[in-house]
Each structure stands twice: as structure tokens, then as C-alpha cells.
Design a protein around this ligand. Sequence first.
Ligand SMILES: C[S@@+](CC[C@H](N)C(=O)[O-])C[C@H]1O[C@@H](n2cnc3c(N)ncnc32)[C@H](O)[C@@H]1O
Length: 234
Amino acid sequence: MSPVPPNNIPTSFGPEEAATYDERFSKLSAVNSLLHLVVQSQFASLPDTAHILIAGAGTGAEVRYLAPLFPSWRFTLADPSDAMLEIARRHAVEEGFADRCTFHAGYVSSLPEAEFDAATSLLVSHFLNEEEDRTAYYSSIAERLRPGAPLFEAALCGNRSDPIFEMEMDVWLGLLTLAGMAAEGRENYRKSFGTLFAAHDPSEVEKMIGAAKFDRPVQCFQAGLIRGWITQRL
Ligand SMILES: C[S@@+](CC[C@H](N)C(=O)[O-])C[C@H]1O[C@@H](n2cnc3c(N)ncnc32)[C@H](O)[C@@H]1O
């Protein structure tokens, strides 16, 4: 395993990409809204004092949804992209919940030891193509959760050896077309899927989550190639 997980962060989530990230997928906001709604339902029984780890927080979409609904929860947002996290901080200030947030510009593995009550990892882990790196990422989350604490994980995945996969990809590209992705972008996306990102199929993802001291994950969300699971720290 490399000390710092290899991924495309400098090019995919630099200042320019961060500045347009929120807008880029705004036409698919219904997908994000449903994902957040399922997270809300899974975390609803957490105590008022809950402290939530947001792994790969990006520009803070999940915190912006959860913070107003649970006005005494605290959040730690971890992300290796300064540019993405800076936008998350700006949203938190403008929307009045920054005093409940800690911003950590770095990987989860560089966070101090803690006992979080829950964690989210939304649309992050598909950037980790090596099984060892992805399992280490899940372990870095598990090590910072109290026993029994839930993890909500959502990522792009697909079984590329399944004959139906190309049709599943077409369904997903149909959604990305609505989001404004042009034909050339869609062709590049098809080629990059499974090579530059999202190299694991759903059963492999479930195995890696399980290998990182989490209970057997239960799939509770799917939209195109995005799947979401709920699990608990053992
Ligand atoms: C597609 S964005 C998702 C952001 C946010 N969770 C959301 O749902 O909008 C992916 C984020 O994961 C971050 N990221 C990539 N690799 C990571 C890693 N190994 N650990 C933590 N975050 C990572 C990127 O910097 C980026 O901000």
C-alpha cells in the first residue's frame, strides 16, 4: 500500500474543478437528494450529541443537508483537496453551521484518533482502484468510529464482466447526458470506468468493507451505477 493513496485528486479536484463542482451535477440533484434522504433515515436514531465523520466531504453536500435537520450534531469534514474543502467551509459559514464543523484538509488516516458516532463516505472510494488502498481507506474510517457506529458508503461500481453491464452503463450515461455531459465526454467516461476509477464490482466493494472491521453491508440505495450501503463498525 502506498503511504498516500494514489488517485486523481490534483487534476480532478483542483481549484478550477472545485469552483464548478456544485453546478456541474446540479441537474442530477434529485439523485443526490434521494441519497441524502436515505442517509438521514439511517442516521435518524443517533443521539443529539452525535459527532459525524464526513470522509471525502468535497464541497460539503452531505453536511449542508444534515446540519439544518440535526441542529446539535457536530461534523468533522476530511478531504485531501484544499480547494473542495474551502468551498465547503464557505457554504458552512454562509448557511450558519460552521461553528459545528471541524475542517481537516487531509486523508482520514491523518485525522487524530477519535470515537465518531457515525460516518459517511459518499462518492469517494471509487477513486481508490487498488484493493489494498480501498480497504485501508475503509479501515481508517473504522478505526475512528465507536463500536456499533454506522457507516453510510456510496460509490460508483459495476460488474464489467456481466453481459448486462454495457446496458447498465448506457442507463447511467443517459443520466449524465441530462447533467450536460457531451458525446465525447461520455465516450471518455465509458473508457475510464473500471480503469481510471471504479475498478471494483459491488460484491468486491462489499468484501472490502467487511475486511475493514465492518458488519456485512446492506445495499439500500441505487441510481444508475451509484450504489449505497449501510453497515456498522464491529
Ligand atoms: C465526487 S467528490 C464527492 C464529494 C461529496 N462527498 C459529495 O457527495 O458531493 C469526491 C471527493 O473525495 C475526495 N477524495 C478523493 N480521494 C479521497 C481519499 N482517498 N480520501 C478522502 N477523500 C478523498 C476528493 O478530493 C473529492 O473532494
